[in-house]
Design a protein around this ligand. Structure first.
Ligand code: NDP
Length: 263
């Protein structure tokens, strides 16, 4: 197993009850961290937390059921993390989802909602956890998308918002240095939440997940010829958040199977 040194560390993962967030929570726990994570759906969050507490110990897992867009809840969670764990070494801003719409089908409200989700899912957690991150000389890892550099017309507002997020992260990496490192992972197609949902809506229900994913990888021309796994993204996040990346800030690491076409 690849080891990262998270002993004595505390990590916070937004959107930790599913997909990439959950894989990240698990990987960080396996590597010695205590982990706090949030999501909106309390039932799913509690189910996931019960399994993790069984596997890793109740005192290493803390959860909060709220939206990352709820400023008061995010602030209260930061206080709870301080009260419970006393510190925060790593903030993983992962919560969210993409929006499929072209310019013609995107309403003004859609644009506002998408920009609020993408930007404030970074702004609010960073602001709330910043004092602890500074004290710990910690790190922020943002989960972003290749769409930031390679926009897709069928995801027009998500692409534009993701470019804005990259811009914000670059500024943060300068303003928060040398105390806090700020990096991003740029995802291509990862076979977690968003693609699981699209698989469930496939036209031909007789096609298996493996077949559907393989056809999708071929259609998209992914050089490594498969969709990524949630764990592929989690490893990139764990690396960027770890002391092994202590001289890396303001960077983006692509996890796309080579799908990226920019240099
Ligand atoms: P999942 O749907 O599997 O997981 C998303 C997680 O975020 C869930 O725990 C969800 O729980 C939580 N979440 C969503 N919105 C909020 C919110 N407002 N506040 C708090 N928690 C929230 O998605 P993935 O693992 O596939 O994706 C993770 C991230 O990576 C997302 O931001 C996504 O946009 C991004 N991404 C994914 C790609 C992919 O191919 N999978 C590609 C590019 C980017 P709940 O619904 O209960 O709140």
């Amino acid at each position: 197993m690849i080891r990262y040194d998270y002993d004595k560390s505390v990590a916070v993962v937004t959107g930790g009850s599913s997909g990439i967030g959950l894989a990240t929570v698990r990987l960080l726990l396996e590597n010695g961290a205590r982990v706090a994570f949030c999501a909106r759906n309390a039932a799913r969050l509690n189910d996931v937390a019960a399994l993790l507490r069984r596997d890793f110990g109740a005192d290493r897992v803390l959860t909060g059921a709220f939206s990352v867009l709820d400023k008061a809840a995010v602030t209260a969670f930061a206080e709870q993390v301080r009260d419970t764990f006393g510190r925060c070494d790593l903030l993983v801003n992962n919560a969210g989802q993409g929006r499929i719409s072209t310019f013609e089908t995107t309403t003004d409200d859609d644009w506002r909602a998408e920009f609020e989700l993408k930007l404030f899912s970074q702004v609010l957690p960073v602001r709330a956890f910043l004092p602890m991150l500074r004290e710990a000389q910690g790190a922020v890892v943002a989960v972003n998308s290749l769409l930031a550099y390679q926009p897709e017309p069928h995801m027009v507002c998500t692409s534009a918002a993701r470019a804005g997020v990259q811009n914000l992260l670059k500024s943060l990496s300068v303003e928060l240095a040398p105390d806090v490192r700020v990096n991003a992972v740029l995802l291509g197609l990862i076979g977690s939440g968003q693609w699981t949902r699209r698989f469930a809506e496939r036209e031909d229900q007789s096609v298996s997940r493996a077949e559907w994913y393989a056809a999708l990888a071929e259609k998209k021309g992914i050089p490594l010829a498969r969709l990524g796994e949630a764990e592929d993204a989690a490893h990139a996040i764990a690396f960027l958040g770890s002391r092994a990346a202590s001289y890396v800030t303001g960077a983006q690491l692509e996890v796309s199977g080579g799908l990226s076409r920019h240099i």
